[in-house]
Design a protein around this ligand. Structure first.
Ligand SMILES: NC(=O)c1ccc[n+]([C@@H]2O[C@H](COP(=O)([O-])OP(=O)(O)OC[C@H]3O[C@@H](n4cnc5c(N)ncnc54)[C@H](OP(=O)(O)O)[C@@H]3O)[C@@H](O)[C@H]2O)c1
Length: 288
């Protein structure tokens, strides 16, 4: 049987920490609509620990997931981040408020961002956040004030690295006036490549690009399609092909497929065994 391990696709490094180029997104762990407690907290902790066992040590979360549900499960799974969990790298986010299931409203006032960083530290059980994304830029607050506050907390040692989520190239450039932007997390997958230009910018500037919703294949995976053909060729699922394509698309890409299911986790990590040829990649690139 082929071994399943995320380290087959190499690693990326930020500061003193190196992490797998295939991560895990913790957004599926809270209740429906990313709201409230997990339906099965014991299983959620097992999924997180199994991810690390499979070589996945980049774990993406946000205070807004639950709120706090995903962070608290991560703390249960890994704190005090020693032994087998000492290399776990956590990216979390600030900048969203929650009003109920599937409800998300950005708030970027500096005092709120600071509170969120403090609450992320406490709920994750860490002294410093490895990578902090501004979940959304709040259009009602200046970028200088939002990124400026994060830069202050970076100087205070509460945050190691700063990233942005759902941003344009102009926004990355503006935010870069106030802090070093080291990662971008945008919606990008085989069915939605609107942010191709942002990805290219990140590759040029050596910024890690974290595509969210990486497993989407939608109508592109219908029987007889290119994705369906490749899935048959590699005895894989269309989602595994979609992940393999992302991993080959750019060396700065770090997908974070999310699941609350142990079998699905293993299937997602097994996508690192699929080695697409340049011709396969071209076939997927040409899909509309
Ligand atoms: N920055 C942002 O604004 C933003 C927005 C959305 C998400 N994110 C992050 O990105 C991560 C991934 O995005 P996402 O959760 O939207 O999309 P995703 O990981 O592409 O897909 C997750 C969905 O696919 C299912 N799934 C996972 N593996 C599967 C498999 N092997 N077979 C069948 N179904 C499978 C999951 O359900 P099961 O639990 O049943 O497996 C879930 O419904 C999130 O966890 C979060 O960390 C960030």
């Amino acid at each position: 049987m082929t071994e399943v391990n995320a380290n087959k696709v190499g690693t990326l490094t930020l500061g003193e920490k190196t992490f797998s180029r295939l991560g895990y997104g913790a957004m599926q762990l809270p209740g429906k609509g990313v709201w409230g407690p997990s339906e099965n907290p014991k299983n959620a902790v097992m999924v997180l620990q199994r991810a690390v066992e499979l070589g996945v040590n980049f774990i993406d979360t946000a205070d807004a997931y639950g709120p706090f549900t995903s962070n608290l499960l991560i703390r249960d799974a890994f704190a005090p981040y020693k032994g087998e969990y000492k290399n776990v790298f956590i990216s979390t986010k600030v900048g969203f408020t929650r009003q109920g299931p599937d409800k998300w409203i950005p708030v970027g006032r500096p005092e709120y961002l600071r509170q969120e960083v403090e609450m992320n530290l406490r709920t994750l059980g860490v002294d410093s956040i490895d990578l902090l994304f501004l979940h959304r830029i709040d259009p009602k607050v200046s970028v200088a004030d939002q990124i400026g506050e994060l830069a202050k907390m970076q100087q205070e040692g509460k945050i190691k690295h700063i990233g942005l989520s759902q941003v344009s190239i102009n926004q990355i450039q503006e935010a870069s006036k106030y802090a070093k932007i080291e990662a971008v997390q945008n919606l990008y997958n085989v069915t939605n490549r609107k942010d191709e230009n942002v990805l290219d910018y990140c590759e040029t500037h050596q910024i890690i690009f974290v595509p969210w919703f990486p497993l989407a294949t939608g109508a592109l995976a219908k029987p007889g399609s290119v994705l369906d053909g490749l899935a048959k060729k590699y005895q894989a699922s269309p989602s595994q092909i979609a992940l393999a394509w992302l991993l080959k698309r750019s060396p700065v890409i770090l997908p974070i497929p999310g699941t609350s299911n142990l079998d699905h986790l293993e299937q997602n990590v097994a996508a690192t065994n699929v080695k697409l040829t340049d011709e396969d990649v071209k076939g997927i690139n040409d899909l509309k």
